[in-house]
Design a protein around this ligand. Structure first.
Ligand SMILES: NC(=O)c1ccc[n+]([C@@H]2O[C@H](COP(=O)([O-])OP(=O)(O)OC[C@H]3O[C@@H](n4cnc5c(N)ncnc54)[C@H](O)[C@@H]3O)[C@@H](O)[C@H]2O)c1
Length: 513
C-alpha cells in the first residue's frame, strides 16, 4: 500500500526558492509515484457482459445529467437502479431508463444493501451526503463517479481517499471536476509544458458566477450557507483551484485569501422591500427579483424547485407550479432576508514551489455565467483563454520574440485523448461547455477498456483504471486541500503554508485511526 504522506510530501514554503529558467516537468500528475501505483494495480472486479452497468444515487440535476450518457451511448452505459427520496425523481428514472419498481429506491442504503448489482455507482447527492454512500459503494467493490466536492471537511476528504480508495488502486473513484476534461484545459496544460510560453510566472484566473446564478444557488438555494453545504470557495471554485493546481508545473507552497459577503445581507435591503418578491413594491428595480428570475420568460431555470419532467410537457401546469413556488417557497424570498452566509466575492493568491504565482477571483456580480477566463504570463509570451471548450479562438498567444499574435487551435483530441464531440441534441450533457459529457465519456470508457482487457485475459486493465485514478490520488485531493487551506487563510487572516496544512490534516487522520 502506498504511503499517502509520501504522495503528499511537500517542500516547506520558502521565499528564497530559486526559479529555474527551463520549464519543469509536471509533478501534480503522471508522477513516478503514480505510475508505481498503476503498475501494481490488478483487476479484481467481476465484470458483467455488455455495457458498463451503473446505479445512480441522487437523481437530481447532476444525477440525471450523467445518466444521460446511457441514452446517448446505450452500448456503453446502462442504468440498472436508482435511489432518490423524491417521487418525481424516481418516476423520471423509471420512465427514462425502463427501471422496474424493485430497481428504484427511496434511499441509497437499501439500494446498496442489494449488493454489487452494477459495475459502477454515480453518486450525485448533495455536498454533505457524499461520504457515506461513497464509502458504502467502495466496500461493495463498485467504481464510483462522485460529485464534487468529495466531502465538506479536509479530514473527510483525506479519510475518503486514504482510508478507502488508496487501498484499492484498481477500483476507480473519479471526482466530477468536469472542467479537467475540457479539450482547452488540457491543451493549456500541454502548452505550458511545451516551453512555448517560456517560464510560467503567473496565472490570473476568474470565475464569474453570474448575478442571477449567485442569487439562485448561493443566496436562496442549496449552497447558501456553510451549515447546509460548505463555504463558496469549495462549493463553487474547487473546480478553479483544481485547474490552477493542474496547470502549474510545481506544487502550491502558500496561499492567502480575502473575501466576504458584502451584499446579500439585511442591512443592504432597499427601503420598502418586502419579505417576498411577489409582495415587493421595489421589485421592478431589483436585479435579484425572483419574479424576474423565474416567472416566464425568466432569466434562470426553476429546475431546482419544479420538476419540469413531471409535468409531461404541460407548459401551463409547469408555469403554474413555478408561480406557486415563487409565491410560497424558498426561491421567492427576498435576497436580503435569507439564511445565507457564504462569500459573494473572494480572491485567492497562491505561491508555487518554483516561484510562480496565481490569483483566483470568484465574483458573484457578473454578466457572464461561469465562463471562466485566464491569462498565463510566461517569459516568452502571454496566453489567454476565453473560456471556450474547444475551437480555433479559445486560446490566443502573443509571442514576445516574433511580436506575433496567434491562435492556438484546440481540437477535440489533444494527444493521448480520444475525445469526441457530444452528439447533437445531447441536452443536459452540454453543460459546462460539454465538459459533463467529456467526463462521463472518460469514466465509462476507462471502465470499458478495463473490462475488455479483463475479458481478453489481459493484464493492462489495472493500469487503464489507474490512469484516471491518478487524477484522484495525487491531485484531486490536493486541490481540495488547497481550497480548505485558502479558506482557513481568509478566516484566520494569515498566510497558510500548504505543506504544514496537509501535514496537520494527515496527523489528525492518523489520530483518527
Ligand atoms: N460538477 C459540477 O460542476 C457540479 C455542478 C453542480 C452541482 N454539483 C454538485 O452535484 C451534487 C448534486 O447537485 P444537484 O444540483 O444535482 O442537486 P439536486 O438537489 O438536484 O440533487 C440531489 C439529489 O439527491 C437526492 N437525495 C437526497 N437524499 C438522498 C438519499 N438519502 N439517497 C438518494 N438520493 C438522495 C435529492 O432528493 C436530490 O434529488 C452536489 O454535491 C453539487 O455541489 C456539481
Amino acid at each position: 500500500k502506498m504511503s499517502f504522506l509520501g504522495l503528499f510530501k511537500h517542500k516547506k514554503s520558502s521565499t528564497t526558492t530559486k526559479a529555474k529558467d527551463k520549464v519543469q516537468e509536471p509533478t501534480t500528475s503522471h508522477s513516478k509515484t503514480d505510475l508505481a501505483l498503476s503498475e501494481s494495480a490488478t483487476t479484481r472486479q467481476t465484470w458483467k457482459s455488455g455495457p458498463i452497468t451503473a446505479i445512480v444515487i441522487g437523481c437530481g440535476q447532476r444525477g440525471r445529467c450523467y445518466s444521460e450518457y446511457a441514452l446517448i451511448r446505450p452500448n456503453e452505459l446502462q442504468i440498472v437502479a436508482a435511489a432518490d427520496p423524491r417521487a418525481t425523481a424516481r418516476s423520471y428514472m423509471s420512465r427514462t431508463f425502463g427501471l422496474a419498481n424493485d430497481a428504484v429506491f427511496e434511499h441509497w442504503q437499501p439500494l446498496v444493501e442489494k449488493g454489487r448489482i452494477a459495475d459502477a455507482a454515480i453518486i450525485c447527492t448533495q455536498d454533505q451526503q457524499h461520504l457515506e454512500p461513497c464509502q458504502a459503494c467502495k466496500r461493495l467493490g463498485c467504481h464510483v463517479l462522485l460529485e464534487k466536492p468529495m466531502a465538506c471537511s479536509p479530514l473527510d476528504c483525506a479519510r475518503l481517499v486514504h482510508r478507502e480508495w488508496l487501498s484499492e488502486p484498481d477500483q476507480l473513484m473519479v471526482i466530477c471536476h468536469v472542467l479537467r476534461y475540457l479539450p482547452a484545459v488540457r491543451k493549456i496544460h500541454q502548452f505550458i509544458r511545451s516551453g512555448q510560453l517560456g517560464r510560467l510566472c503567473h496565472v490570473q484566473h476568474t470565475e464569474p458566477v453570474g448575478y442571477a446564478h449567485f442569487a439562485h444557488s448561493y443566496v436562496r438555494g442549496n449552497w447558501r450557507n456553510e451549515a447546509g453545504s460548505a463555504f463558496s470557495l469549495l462549493t463553487k471554485c474547487c473546480h478553479d483551484v483544481d485547474l490552477i493546481c493542474y496547470w502549474m508545473p510545481s506544487r502550491c507552497s502558500r496561499v492567502s485569501s480575502f473575501g466576504s459577503l458584502v451584499h446579500f445581507r439585511p442591512e443592504e435591503k432597499p427601503e420598502g422591500a418586502a419579505e417576498r418578491c411577489v409582495d415587493c413594491s421595489v421589485e421592478k428595480d431589483c436585479p435579484y427579483s425572483a419574479v424576474k428570475a423565474y416567472i416566464f420568460p425568466g432569466v434562470w431555470s426553476p429546475a431546482a424547485f419544479v420538476d419540469r419532467e413531471a409535468c409531461n410537457g404541460d407548459h401551463a401546469k409547469y408555469q403554474q407550479l413555478v408561480e406557486e413556488a415563487v409565491k410560497t417557497g424558498p426561491y421567492g424570498r427576498c435576497v436580503y432576508n435569507c439564511d445565507n452566509d457564504v462569500c459573494d466575492h473572494q480572491v485567492v493568491n497562491m505561491e508555487f514551489d518554483d516561484g510562480a504565482t496565481a490569483s483566483l477571483t470568484m465574483m458573484a456580480f457578473t454578466e457572464a455565467v461561469c465562463v471562466r477566463s485566464s491569462v498565463f504570463y510566461g517569459t516568452r509570451g502571454e496566453l489567454r483563454w476565453n473560456g471556450a471548450s474547444y475551437g480555433d479562438t479559445a486560446l490566443t498567444m502573443y509571442e514576445f520574440a516574433s511580436m506575433d499574435h496567434m491562435h492556438v487551435p484546440v481540437g477535440l483530441g489533444p494527444e493521448g485523448d480520444n475525445q469526441e464531440a457530444p452528439p447533437a441534441g445531447s441536452g443536459r450533457m452540454r453543460g459546462h461547455g460539454s465538459a459533463d459529457f467529456f467526463l462521463a465519456q472518460a469514466f465509462v470508457r476507462a471502465l470499458l477498456k478495463a473490462k475488455d482487457s479483463a475479458e481478453a485475459g489481459g493484464d493492462t486493465a489495472g493500469s487503464s483504471l489507474a490512469e484516471l485514478q491518478r487524477e484522484l490520488n495525487d491531485s484531486t485531493l490536493y486541490g481540495h486541500l488547497v481550497a480548505f487551506a485558502a479558506e482557513e487563510s481568509r478566516k484566520r487572516g494569515t498566510v497558510v503554508s500548504i505543506g504544514e496544512y496537509i501535514d496537520s490534516v494527515m496527523s489528525r487522520l492518523d489520530e483518527d485511526c
